[in-house]
Design a protein around this ligand. Structure first.
Ligand SMILES: Cc1cc2nc3c(=O)[nH]c(=O)nc-3n(C[C@H](O)[C@H](O)[C@H](O)COP(=O)(O)OP(=O)(O)OC[C@H]3O[C@@H](n4cnc5c(N)ncnc54)[C@H](O)[C@@H]3O)c2cc1C
Length: 404
């Protein structure tokens, strides 16, 4: 008997869920597929929520991945507007009391926005299409916005609101934005984007409590108020529904390096929820990035069908903010040293055009570019090849390393 599953149940109808379905069909799977999604919307894309939808350059419908005809052509049973509430083997229980049993199950339920203790209901977050539509509508009547968190989503919302004439204040608990991902010096560059745009960025600033839905108290005892408060402090894997399934959900769903869920047979996971084993880090690692999610769906579809998976891709993430694209290749968090490869941002020059290389033990492990896509892209192959610092610097406009 063939080991290839006949019926694949995909739970979570976002980027990872839809792309898994499409990858299965593209690879020739003719068996049944069921796609379960908690939201009533057809699968839609999230990066435009904090970019084109907020800025108003796209109508919300444009974020929908596929029209009705394209979805129908996938020949998939779609169960939208129903949340999965349990997993037992390869049987998925739904909130309406029904269940669906597959020969294989793919978990793709993503993450939910993290909130602060005591966060009032009127304080908003941005994760879903409905969140984005509500926030965009609110922009028209706002004169001030307080954003908690200067990560990529905080920065994108700050830029969209600022561009619409809203007075924006951003609070960041760390000394610089995105320090965990990009380090102190490059984080300071990201911080300059806020301040040079005229946004009030306050780093090293913690909230002790919400006075009400428009007012926060800071650790120095002062209070800050705005017409609207948005919390953008990261996210939490949507694993609550897997309680009782016997899986390791310490930080997302622990998986082998090919997306097979540890401790389960016939169960796979992709996307923001999935903590795949990462040999270079020596631990499970979750990416919350678009391109990694898509790459994982190809690996999982190949695995389900018993095919050779594609070679691992160099991780990639981008953010559009302050009129430029910030792009990162590789695993910047592994670096013990950085070097400015192009531009002069780290020396106090313009942020735009700066490219920074990240090295671990003298080998290129990552690179970030600020509004410099053409210069940055050459480093992707060098990261894949593990190019030495000397080789990388020889390709760059710089020769002096900046300690990281
Ligand atoms: C505002 C925003 C901007 C972003 N911008 C960028 C960017 O610029 N660059 C980048 O690389 N990445 C970006 N991302 C991240 C990127 O969108 C995610 O990495 C990607 O969507 C992950 O896909 P996923 O399928 O894992 O999760 P999602 O796309 O979030 O899909 C998960 C789906 O599962 C559903 N679900 C959850 N629980 C259940 C359940 N129990 N039962 C059934 N369904 C369930 C959810 O409703 C959701 O529809 C952004 C994310 C957001 C929110």
């Amino acid at each position: 008997m063939s080991q290839i599953p006949e019926h694949v149940v995909v739970v979570g109808a976002g980027l990872g869920g839809l792309r898994t379905v499409e990858a299965l069909r593209t690879r020739g799977h003719v068996g049944r597929i069921t796609l379960v999604g908690a939201e009533v919307h057809a699968p839609y894309d999230r990066p435009p929520l904090s970019k084109q939808i907020l800025s108003g350059t796209w109508e919300p419908a444009k974020a929908t991945f596929r029209d009705e005809e394209a979805l129908a052509a996938l020949d998939v049973t779609m169960v939208f507007g129903k949340r999965a509430v349990g997993l037992d083997g390869t049987t998925v229980a739904l909130e309406d009391g029904t269940s669906i049993t597959g020969d294989a199950v793919v978990l793709a339920t993503g993450v939910t926005a993290r909130t602060l203790p005591g966060q009032p209901a009127g304080v908003v977050t941005l994760r879903t299409l409905d969140d984005a539509i509500a926030l965009r509508g609110a922009f028209d009547s706002l004169s001030s916005l307080l954003i908690v968190g200067a990560g990529f989503i905080g920065a994108e919302v700050a830029w969209a609101a600022h561009s619409k004439g809203v007075r924006v204040t951003v609070l960041e608990a760390l000394p610089v934005p995105v320090e965990r991902a990009l380090g102190r010096q490059v984080g300071a560059l990201a911080g300059r984007l806020f301040t040079e745009a005229g946004i009030d960025l306050r780093c090293d600033t913690r909230i002790t409590r919400f006075v009400d839905e428009r007012t926060v108290e800071l650790s120095d005892g002062s209070t800050l108020a705005a017409d609207l408060v948005l919390v953008g402090i990261g996210s939490l894997p949507d694993v609550g529904w897997l309680d009782g399934a016997g899986l390791d959900t310490t930080d997302g769903v622990a998986c082998d390096a090919d997306g097979r869920v540890r401790g389960a047979s016939g169960v796979w996971a992709v996307g923001d929820i999935a903590a795949w084993w990462d040999e270079s880090r020596g631990r499970f690692h979750r990416n919350e990035h678009w391109t990694t999610t898509v790459d994982q769906t190809q690996v999982v579809a190949a695995g389900i069908l018993g095919e050779e998976p594609p070679a691992p891709a160099v991780p990639y993430v981008w953010s559009d903010q302050f009129g430029m694209k910030i792009q990162t290749f590789g695993r910047t968090d592994l670096a013990d040293e950085i070097a400015q490869l192009h531009g002069t941002g780290l020396a106090g020059g313009p942020v735009k055009g700066t490219v920074v290389g990240y090295f671990a033990a003298g080998v290129l492990v990552g690179a970030v570019g600020f509004g410099a896509p053409a210069k940055l892209v050459r480093y992707r192959a060098m990261i894949a090849d593990g190019a030495s610092r000397e080789t990388v610097l020889a390709q760059s406009d710089a020769s002096a390393a900046v300690g990281g």
